[in-house]
Design a protein. Structure first.
Length: 477
């Protein structure tokens, strides 16, 4: 009986939680929080607005760009520095645009501590925390230097030192005293916490509906969005908000299904792609040295935008390698061959059937060896095409994780440490370290600013690089 009672209580709690965290509650909470984000953005309309991937994308219909700060960065007793997500493009953008507004849609479940609402800064930092940060400064500086990131360009771009400012829904801002960003003696990066911090579920009502506010509703979208994406949400936001809690689920299902059918039909009706051979000066197997590539200004990045404004394709310098989403592969006309790592195949029309290879891969949470099983074939396909000077697109569902890791394996496997394409000969004689792999990842992230490779997938790449070198150079195109 006691066990049965405990089970009943557990089921009751889960039932209450499911009732509170309905799809309409999540979308309505996001919509309400987006109003606050819009108000803050209008205070400095000339400043670019960035979304922190992934959940930040839900909180505004339009963003200038994106960034990726992991949710645990800066948590209590978590002093760490990741060269896998330097976000240097944010600092460069802030230097060029004098200031950057950066949306950080945090979960809002833990209340913000003491704030100085005039400066939008914490009133104090504990001595223990200050000492912990200072203790790691030299170590972090060395890590940044070892990554060979383009610090020189950043230093020449910034005219004033960077400084973060935090704004939440608890901040007090006097509208008649909003300072012009040009008057600041520093380059601010304004961090906006979109959600209102509350400790309990808050019921709200309108003239038509009653609903429960969820702080940080955009987080963990796989558990509640039912296939709805931020872009689809904002295309149908008015209809979804006016549909109400009872009809919302059906409305979302219809929107997602119509979008799926549209994508399928568009994929089937793709016109023939005409590919012209690109003339390259000198040897087609030569690219700038890695050291030189890492010091290129980010403005050298060639980025193709999709119709909805998202970065669909990014060329990695002069390597003839591009990374992007499989959605873009359907209409790509500036590539010679395509390596599709998405689970679903796409309809593409290339001059030769062998110019397209589909290697379905899934994230490491679903299969810990999915990437490592397919990397040998992926690298062999890349080598056989790149050695002929062809332009290769590596794509996955979003162009942010699996395709990034595949490009990392390719760049490390068949280019030497000076950046010369050699079909893997030097790699076969070299012991690849995590530091060297990290340097290549920093280079990739410089052009593919949406990149956010998962730790599990990066681990598979390193295991492949450290254990598969004996076969790479010997594989014939």
């Amino acid at each position: 009986m006691e066990d049965g009672a405990k089970l009943s209580i557990y089921k009751a709690v889960r039932s209450i939680k499911r009732r509170d965290n309905t799809l309409y509650n999540a979308l309505r909470s996001i919509y309400e929080d987006s109003i606050f984000v819009g108000e803050i953005s209008q205070l400095w309309p000339e400043l670019p607005l960035l979304a922190n991937l992934r959940c930040g994308l839900w909180y505004s219909p339009k963003f200038h760009s994106t960034c990726y700060f992991k949710s645990t960065d800066g948590h209590t007793n978590n002093c760490s520095f990741s060269t896998s997500r330097l976000n240097l493009h944010v600092a460069l953008l802030a230097g060029r645009d004098p200031s950057t507004s950066d949306v950080l849609a945090e979960n809002g479940r833990k209340p913000a501590a003491d704030w100085d609402c005039s400066l939008h800064l914490p009133l104090w930092v504990s001595g223990t925390e200050k000492a912990m940060i200072e203790e790691h400064l030299e170590e972090w500086t060395k890590q940044l230097d070892d990554s060979r990131a383009d610090v020189a360009t950043l230093a020449s771009t910034l005219k004033k030192p960077l400084r973060p400012l935090w704004i939440s829904q608890r901040s007090v801002i006097w509208l008649n005293e909003v300072p012009d960003h040009d008057s600041w003696d520093f380059t601010p990066i304004i961090l906006v916490s979109a959600s209102f911090s509350i400790g309990v579920v808050q019921q709200r009502t309108t003239t038509e509906f009653s609903w429960n506010y969820i702080a940080g509703a955009g987080d963990d979208e796989e558990s509640w969005a039912r296939g709805l994406s931020p872009n689809l949400f904002w295309n149908h936001a008015h209809d979804l908000m006016s549909s109400g809690p009872d009809v919302c689920n059906q409305k979302v299902a219809e929107i997602v299904e119509k979008d799926r059918v549209y994508r399928t039909l568009r994929g089937n009706d793709v016109p023939q792609i005409s590919v012209k051979s690109q003339k390259l000066g000198g040897s087609s197997t030569q690219v700038p040295p890695i050291e030189q590539m890492l010091t290129l200004d980010i403005s050298d990045a060639k980025i193709t935008k999709s119709s909805n404004g998202n970065c669909a394709l990014s060329w990695l310098g002069s390597t003839n390698l591009a990374v992007g989403s499989s959605q873009y592969a359907v209409t790509a006309s500036d590539v010679d061959c395509i390596l599709n790592c998405d689970q679903e195949s796409v309809s593409v029309c290339l001059p030769k059937a062998e110019a397209y290879l589909h290697l379905p891969m899934v994230m490491s949470k679903l299969d810990r060896f999915s990437l490592s099983r397919n990397l040998p074939s992926a690298v062999a396909f890349a080598k056989s095409n790149l050695c002929l000077g062809k332009r290769l697109l590596v794509c996955c569902s979003n162009g942010e994780d699996i395709s990034i890791c595949v490009c990392l394996a390719i760049l490390t496997s068949i280019f030497d440490d000076k950046g010369t394409f050699d079909c893997g000969k030097s790699f076969n004689k070299t012991r690849i370290t995590k530091l060297e792999m990290r340097r290549r990842l920093v280079y990739i992230c410089k052009f593919a600013t949406d990149a956010r490779p998962s730790r599990g997938n990066l681990r598979q790449v390193f295991n492949f690089l450290s254990g598969g070198r004996t076969n790479i150079a010997s594989r014939s195109p």
